[in-house]
Design a binder for this molecule. Structure first.
Ligand code: C2E
Ligand code: CA
Ligand code: CA
Length: 416
């Protein structure tokens, strides 16, 4: 995306200027929510006009030297140089949000846009343009999950801010939340007919904690079987109760897979929710599989024979041998996002992804590419015959009910 590259170059300069004058630079990422749904319901001209109207309103909140960039579909970046401190950026956000508190005129319609804003500041949060953008983006996602429509970037909490008793209690009290992320079927014109289940722990003080922070703890403290059971159960409930047909992919840590009776437990849950096995897919990381290949092979074969899908997750990061791959009873390869992310700029990453797609097709497996963040990458994957795509470009992980609602209203598609 050329506009984004130009933004990063300009932002890097502004960060340098701020440092030279001992000032703070604020970066605000604003995203219009449910834009495609609005466009589908009210017309694409209304959607486009709404983006223009928001753009015009943003311009009124700017001071001299501020700059607004249009970086994606319904996404803007505001660069605010020369602030006294990061709290000054909150004033600008407040001004924008007040302006957006009233319906905007868009192609003859009055539309109230829903937006979220994330703010990061240089030099406090980062001094590298892309990293700073990522942090503002992260804050923007957090703002979307919360009541306030804007949020500052917050550095990750340290692991010892919670302990395993907290996690055990949270599981027992059902204080985890299941997020879903849509996955597009590129063979079906980009139709979304599958989601990946991703857990969030709603900590009373710390907010939504991503799984990287607690899955490892669950693995080390014997809570992983319980966590896996919880995510399987909730994921299947959403499939069972959804008005539209979709299948769900659930992450299973290898320690959970190795629990005696795991396949029976999965089959019991499918029966409980009356979901056909073909609508469930289990994701196991390549690294996890390699820790106990013989046993995994045995368990996965049972699951496959029952009609459940099996995906090798984070493929390409775990050094499995071709000989092993050939024997493994999987149905799908998930190409790790590190390769997909570099595809556009690195011809070798591009070639690697192509080879992974070919290998998996030769082995009779389908492929999913994860971390698809832009249309160009999606087009490359499509041209290489990749079967499925997952990533922010298709849709971000969001609370399950919200995503199921989106599926029902046709809000997602990879066909733009
Ligand atoms: P994963 O299985 O590789 O899941 C994909 C991760 O990539 C998710 O992070 C997702 O939010 C993120 N992602 C998706 N699309 C994009 C994109 O376009 N760009 C970027 N930069 N990131 C993207 P999340 O939700 O934080 O999950 C992290 C990991 O935690 C997962 O990695 C998975 O291994 C594990 N996990 C999540 N939920 C569960 C669970 O219920 N049980 C177990 N055992 N593991 C889980
Ligand atoms: Ca996964
Ligand atoms: Ca993955």
């Amino acid at each position: 995306m050329p506009q984004r590259d130009a933004l990063f170059a300009s932002l890097q300069n502004a960060i340098g200027d701020a440092a030279a004058s001992s000032r703070t630079l604020g970066l605000m990422v604003l995203r219009i929510r449910r834009l495609r749904e609005t466009a589908r319901m009210l017309g694409y001209d209304v959607g486009d006009a709404l983006v223009d109207a928001v753009h015009a309103l943003l311009a009124t909140a700017l001071r001299e030297g501020d700059r607004v960039w249009r970086v994606g579909e319904g996404e803007f970046a505001l660069v605010l140089p020369g602030l006294r401190d990061r709290n000054h950026a909150a004033l600008a956000a407040g001004k924008v949000l007040r302006g957006l508190g009233e319906p905007l005129q868009a192609a003859g319609r009055a539309v109230l846009p829903v937006v979220s804003i994330g703010i990061a500041a240089a030099p406090d949060d980062d001094t590298e343009a892309r990293a700073l953008y990522r942090k503002a983006d992260e804050a923007c996602e957090r703002a979307n999950a919360g009541i306030d429509r804007y949020a500052f970037y917050e550095p990750p909490r340290r692991a010892f801010d919670f302990d395993h008793a907290d996690l055990r209690d949270a599981l027992a009290a059902n204080r985890l939340e299941l997020y879903l992320q849509p996955i597009a079927d590129l063979r079906e014109g980009g139709r979304v007919d599958r989601c990946e289940a991703l857990s969030r722990w709603l900590h009373p003080v710390l907010g939504a904690i991503p799984p990287d922070a607690f899955v490892q703890m669950a693995e080390q403290t014997g809570l992983i079987a319980e966590l896996t059971r919880w995510s399987l159960n909730v994921a299947l409930r959403h499939v069972a109760q959804s008005p539209v047909l979709f299948s769900v992919a659930v992450n299973v840590a290898v320690d959970a897979l190795r629990q005696p009776g795991f396949p029976e437990q999965v089959l019991d849950l499918l029966a409980l929710w009356n979901v056909p096995p073909g609508q469930l897919l289990l994701e196991i990381t390549e690294t996890g599989l390699m820790t106990d290949p013989a046993h995994c092979e045995h368990v996965l074969r049972r699951l496959r024979e029952a009609g459940i899908g099996v995906a090798i997750d984070d493929f390409g990061t775990g050094y499995s041998s071709m000989a092993y791959l050939r024997r493994l009873p999987a149905s799908e390869l998930k190409i790790d996002q590190s390769f997909v992310r570099d595809m556009r700029e690195d011809p070798r990453a591009h070639k690697l992804v192509g080879s992974m797609i070919d290998v998996s097709h030769h082995l009779g497996l389908t492929t999913v590419a994860e971390g698809v963040e832009d249309a160009e990458t999606l087009a490359m994957l499509r041209a290489m015959g990749c079967d499925h795509a997952q990533g922010y470009h298709i849709g971000r992980p969001a609370p399950a009910a919200e995503v199921v609602g989106g599926l029902a209203s046709g809000a997602y598609a990879a066909d733009r």
